[in-house]
Design a protein around this ligand. Structure first.
Ligand SMILES: *Cc1c(COP(=O)(O)O)cnc(C)c1O
Length: 350
């Protein structure tokens, strides 16, 4: 890895962060007259902890890492944006990304005027580390990986990810949004071996907290310090911090949801396999199923007509003819299957 000072944008490297009232004094006090807050309407009258100390401590202990290696943001989408803004000089630097993958890397790069160099996955959706490394040049600051990948659903082999981490001189962002559903282990325990690794996880999927907007980034202390410097001081609001702390104390709920969804996923896969218009169901390590179908747009529209919304991915690279279906509750999945039976009957009649 190149030295961090070389990878960072010079203005970010030299940035003196905003110092909030709560930065200057963060201890317990009886009277706070430092932040121009309203003294009424407690506890919402107070600014939240800009460093999310209590929540970070809790998350770090759950994840067996340290608060100093943890960034919390308004969804992991914030961490994606912060990473790009920290390292990539607009109009000069670029990122390398796999294709197909999560759309936010491209959007965040476009907003920041950063070129995205896309490298197709292999036809079996496996990583092509050599192709990724070939695509990188001296202006490539970040390679974005996503495992399990969205929308393909698969985890990449450990060896491929390692090759990218070891062969690339810049930053590797590994998005593990779906890791709680996967049989593969997170890369988090290996964080110390790879100073160029940033791991993203989220409370939006397995934790069932998409609505409170809370994402995690794990990286070296040096990188986390830079992220903390760039983020809005109060990027995770007080309601989110409190709600997350409550839900984290009930982590057995999350484990049960995951178990339930994996059972449902198997059931749904089996049933979808019986559908004549389904040509292929791809193996998945996530809470969604990618399948190849005849007339995907027709199926999509038919389901919309039945008030069931799935994702049409048929225009996405390597996903021609593909639909992506999130695994729902047993009842929701039954509704989906009943609607698909209706679709099949309609074809039979036509
Ligand atoms: C859903 C998803 C996220 C989650 O983003 P949040 O901003 O944390 O809600 C991140 N990465 C991928 C690949 C996703 O599919």
């Amino acid at each position: 890895m190149k030295p961090l000072e070389k990878l960072l944008r010079p203005n970010i490297r030299d940035l003196k962060p905003y110092s909030s009232a709560r930065d200057e004094y963060s201890g317990e006090a009886a009277v706070f007259l430092d932040a121009n807050e309203n003294p009424f309407n407690a506890p919402y009258n107070r600014y939240p902890d800009p460093y999310q100390r209590e929540l970070k401590k809790r998350i770090a202990s759950l994840k067996k890492t340290k608060p100093e290696n943890t960034f919390l943001g308004n969804g992991s989408d914030e961490a994606i944006d912060v990473a790009i803004r920290a390292f990539c000089e607009p109009g000069v630097d670029n990122i390398v990304s796999i294709s197909p993958t999560y759309g936010m890397y491209q959007v965040a790069a476009d907003i920041n005027n950063i070129e995205v160099r896309k490298v197709l996955l292999k036809p079996d959706f496996e990583l092509d580390p050599d192709a990724l490394l070939r695509e990188a040049d001296e202006h490539t600051k970040i390679i974005f990986l996503c495992s399990p990948n969205n929308p393909t659903g698969n985890c990449f082999k450990e060896e491929g990810i390692r090759k990218v981490l070891e062969g690339f001189q810049g930053i590797v962002v590994l998005d593990e949004a779906y890791i709680d559903f996967a049989p593969e282990k997170s890369w988090l325990p290996k964080l110390e071996d790879y100073p160029n690794l940033i791991i993203l996880q989220t409370f939006s999927k397995a934790w069932g907290m998409a609505g409170i907007r809370l994402g995690m980034g794990f990286a070296s202390t040096q990188i986390i310090n830079v992220f903390s410097k760039i983020k809005y001081p109060y990027n995770v609001n007080i309601l989110t911090q409190k709600k997350a702390l409550n839900l984290l104390n009930e982590s057995q709920d999350m484990e049960q949801w995951v178990e339930n969804l994996l059972t449902e996923r198997a059931r749904l896969t089996k049933a979808l396999n019986q559908c004549k218009f389904v040509n292929k169901i791809y193996p998945t390590d996530a809470n969604f199923i990618l399948l190849k179908a005849d007339a995907p747009r027709d199926i999509y529209n038919y389901l919309v007509g039945n008030k069931i919304i799935i994702r049409d991915r048929s225009n996405v690279a390597l996903c021609e003819g593909c639909l992506r279906i999130t695994v729902g509750t047993q009842e929701e999945n039954k509704k989906l299957l009943a609607a698909l039976e209706g679709y099949q009957n309609r074809i039979n009649k036509a």
